[in-house]
Ligand binder design. Structure first.
Ligand SMILES: [Zn+2]
Length: 214
């Protein structure tokens, strides 16, 4: 007995962000036979469970099909996981470094920690922090009011996890540290970039509203 493995076209995994062909591990079709003016055809809602070969996560997508439809007109809707919302307002360089970190997040948490540390270094550079070490730079950012003191403590945790990730002699991070690293990084990015970005956007909308009422 031979079993043929079915794969998708090139799609982006919403968890690890790799462009990849995923294996279709399960399928379900709900078919509705149709009849009109002596013609019969089938319409169906179809579901596919996909497996990412990179991060081993599953995804669920659906599509509508009817007989005589052209296969290239099939539109896929991704139901799970929903696209992760990226922090808003990041400068392009930091966005790039952030995306690079996300790509290794589910593959190697130690590499992820190192790249998260790199994002921190870039934030310090972008905000003109002075100091010789990352820790000093972060303290400098806090002194300048760029980040609250509470976030310096958060950053120290990232720095500590980054060091473990970078130096095998200090031990290894496990997958259980990933959510912590992710939320620490997110807290900093949202404070430094997303909050001012959203505030500016709100101000802009308010200004347009005021102008249109004059
Ligand atoms: Zn993946």
């Amino acid at each position: 007995m031979s079993s043929k493995i079915k794969v998708t076209g090139l799609i982006q995994c919403q968890r690890c962000y790799h462009q990849i062909r995923m294996e279709i591990v399960a399928e379900y079709s709900k078919t509705n036979p149709q009849y009109e003016s002596g013609v019969t055809w089938d319409e169906s809602d179809n579901y596919e469970l996909l497996l990412c070969p990179v991060c081993s996560s599953v995804a669920l997508r659906s599509y509508y099909w009817r007989d005589y439809m052209e296969p290239e007109n099939v539109k896929f809707h991704y139901l799970y996981p929903v696209e992760q919302e990226k922090p808003l307002g990041l400068p392009p360089e930091i966005q790039k470094a952030y995306d690079a970190a996300i790509k290794v997040k589910y593959i190697d948490v130690n590499a992820y920690a190192v790249l998260v540390g790199r994002v921190l270094e870039m934030i310090c550079k972008d905000r003109n922090a002075s100091g010789s070490t990352l820790n000093n730079k972060l303290k400098n950012l806090s002194a300048k009011g760029e980040i609250p003191n509470k976030l310096v403590k958060v950053s120290e945790n990232i720095r500590h996890l980054r060091n473990i990730g970078a130096h095998a002699s200090l031990g290894e991070l496990t997958e259980s540290e990933e959510p912590l690293l992710s939320s620490l990084l997110r807290a900093i990015l949202e404070y430094v970039y997303s909050a001012p970005y959203l505030a500016q956007e709100a101000e802009e909308k308010l200004r347009i509203l005021k102008d249109s009422n004059q």
